[in-house]
Write a protein that binds this ligand. Structure first.
Ligand code: FES
Length: 153
């Protein structure tokens, strides 16, 4: 008889343990869900990240010989820095037609959108194709042989 009482006590303990385990998992799951929702509603502020940089150092001027280009990320946007005989230009790479990324065609000296064949000049002006407007232009500064991209053209 005392053996049966012991087994009953063990069954109750196991059940309670499983209840605690289930309850604990529900609390952890709800906590995680609430954390995700709060992070979505109140995103953490980023300081000094790529999106807050007002002036981006692209590199030394020797890194982009005339006729070449270098893609960079400036304020969360893909920007291409182009070196032509007229100087350095920084153009937003997002095509104004449907948003594909344009590429610099070294041979032709133009920006080309591979999606629907839009062409832009080194200042982002539409040459041909379906793009409805020019590509945004950024300001380029040269200081002590370094190239910088800043906001505004
Ligand atoms: S997305 Fe560039 S031409 Fe259509």
């Amino acid at each position: 008889m005392p053996e049966e009482v012991k087994q009953d006590a063990r069954k109750i303990t196991r059940r309670r343990f499983l209840d605690y385990l289930l309850g604990g998992s529900i609390v952890v799951s709800l906590g995680s869900a609430v954390g995700v929702i709060l992070t979505y509603i109140y995103p953490p502020k980023k300081e000094g990240g790529a999106e807050t940089v007002q002036r981006l150092e692209v590199g030394d001027i020797s890194e982009i010989p005339q006729g070449k280009a270098k893609p960079v990320v400036f304020q969360n946007k893909n920007v291409i820095v182009i070196h032509v005989k007229e100087g350095f230009f920084a153009v937003d790479m997002k095509c104004t037609h449907l948003g594909c990324m344009v590429e610099w065609d070294v041979e032709k000296g133009v920006l080309f959108c591979p999606c629907h064949a839009a062409y832009f000049d080194y200042k982002g002006k539409v040459i041909s194709g379906p793009a409805p407007s020019p590509l945004p232009l950024y300001k380029v500064e040269i200081a002590q042989d370094k190239i910088y991209v800043t906001k505004g053209a």
